[in-house]
Design a binder for this molecule. Structure first.
Ligand code: DGL
Length: 261
């Protein structure tokens, strides 16, 4: 048994969508969340920069006693998880992969839309997974321009954000997509808005939160790292930005209403 926290990191607030899934699935596990905040967004940065930020984040989480790391960022996973696994060979990492596989296996229209950052869409993982289904499913991909900034600014409900989301979502819906994959951990905070745009169409929006929580649970069990049953979980939030941002992380983690997933 091991009551040390699970470390969770993202460029900013987005990984809290994964944090929520972890908290729900693993109520006895303490979670230490690091939302970089200072270098966000990662999505359009160079691979070298993203790797450097990821190493800094992992170092900070390990210095603070974490037993396993969830890379709650598709972009950091696409660019840096291989490198992190080599660098910290004795630490278990759980990465984020867009839910392309479940979307392709369940689509009825044969058209799937994938929304992610530029770096994630170029990533080896995404290209490999999508090529597996390329002969049967048409995969439409688009960068959610401005989505990360909208979530970082708590502007999920604004008209400007709605315009941004319509701009990428509507062409996918018009092309017949019946599965929309959220390949960036910030995007689940825009799910309510997306579902409003989708309206009565028979379209499912998929994120990776629950699958990541299941994978984390399995790894904890296999490695003998589970917390005691009945352990009271503690939730701590850290950032490379300032105290105000740290408080925003905490607030958004527990917030209901408009940002509820
Ligand atoms: N939330 C992250 C992701 O899943 C990063 C977004 C960003 O910082 O650009 O890709």
């Amino acid at each position: 048994m091991d009551n040390r926290p699970i470390g969770v990191f993202d460029s900013g607030l987005g990984g809290l969508s994964v944090w929520r899934s972890l908290r729900e699935a693993l109520p006895c596990e303490s979670l230490l969340y690091l939302g970089d905040g200072k270098n966000c967004p990662y999505g359009s940065r160079s691979a070298d920069e993203i790797r450097r930020f990821s190493v800094e984040a992992v170092r900070c989480l390990l210095d603070n006693g974490c037993k396993l790391i969830v890379v709650a960022c598709n972009t950091a996973t696409a660019v840096a998880v291989k490198y992190l696994r080599e660098m910290y060979a004795d630490i278990q990492f759980v990465g984020l992969e867009p839910a392309v596989k479940p979307a392709c296996l369940t689509t009825r229209s044969g058209v799937v839309g994938v929304l992610a950052t530029a770096r994630s869409l170029e990533g080896e993982l995404f290209l490999r997974t999508s090529s597996l289904y390329a002969d049967k499913v048409k995969i439409l991909k688009a960068v959610g321009e401005g989505f990360v900034e909208a979530v970082e600014n708590n502007a999920e409900d604004s008209h400007e954000t709605e315009t941004l989301v319509r701009r990428v979502l509507e062409p996918m819906l018009d092309a017949g997509a019946d599965r929309i994959v959220l390949g960036c951990t910030h995007y689940p905070f825009l799910r309510t808005l997306m579902e409003r745009i989708i309206g009565s169409r028979d379209v499912e929006v998929l994120d990776s939160g629950a699958a990541v929580a299941r994978r984390t649970a399995l790894l904890l069990e296999q490695s003998g790292l589970c917390a005691d049953e009945g352990h009271t979980a503690e939730y701590v939030f850290m950032t490379f930005a300032d105290e105000d941002y740290r408080r925003r992380l905490e607030g958004k983690a527990f917030a209901k209403e408009k940002t509820e997933l």
